[in-house]
Design a protein around this ligand. Sequence first.
Ligand code: DGL
Length: 261
Amino acid sequence: MTAVGAIGFFDSGVGGLSVLRHAVNAVQGLPLLYVADSAFAPYGRRDPEQVIERSRSICRFLIEQGATAIVVACNTATAIAIETLRNEFAVPIIGVEPAVKPAAALSRTGKVAVLATQGTLRSARYAQLLSIHGREITVFPRACRHWVEAVEEADIDSPRVHDLVNAELSPLHASGVDVYVLGCTHFPFLTGAIRHVVGDAVNIIEPGAAVIGQLRRRLGLDHTPTTASEVTLYTSADTTHLHALAQNLIALDAPCHALGF
Ligand code: DGL
């Protein structure tokens, strides 16, 4: 088993909380540190160099705070920056990628939607993923505009957000898509609005549980967990806002500090 201290998580904002929530009772009480880079969200429309620079600074910070493993709880940062991060930092770094492989195995119509950011969909990593696992299916990629911003404002169930989701998904539903891959960690918080459009007969794949399963394997955490983890939150934006959002989105009441860069 790898020697482990705290586990660091980061995302452009609160999306990665959809991954973090699966870790709280799954890692033997190891402390969890979460950075929301909300002052720089959304990453999906930023210059790749800037996403790499922010990801690098955040990893350095998490390691300084005691992280001995890092979860890049952001598809966009994984797509753009994970290779650089793995080259530059010695700790294990786990990423999150659109679940095209399981989607291809699940689909009966052979029509799969990948809902992600522009940054993810334009990346070389995503192109490679599709060339390996997407050959037997028709993939409908959608860069769902304004969804990330809505979640950052805790707007997950308003008429406005239902309209945004409906505009993006009803054409896909009409085309016979039967698997929706949530390729952005903000989107699991919109599952209610998504189900409202696509119904209960289709599959929606969110990656959180699988990512934490991979983290446990990577760290050799093979015992049944008995202790819950303490979480500490950090943000590059407003601490009161992040504290309230964590309560609102995943019922987490955790101390929240300003990131300072
Ligand atoms: N949560 C993110 C992802 O998984 C990033 C969203 C964004 O900032 O554009 O891709």
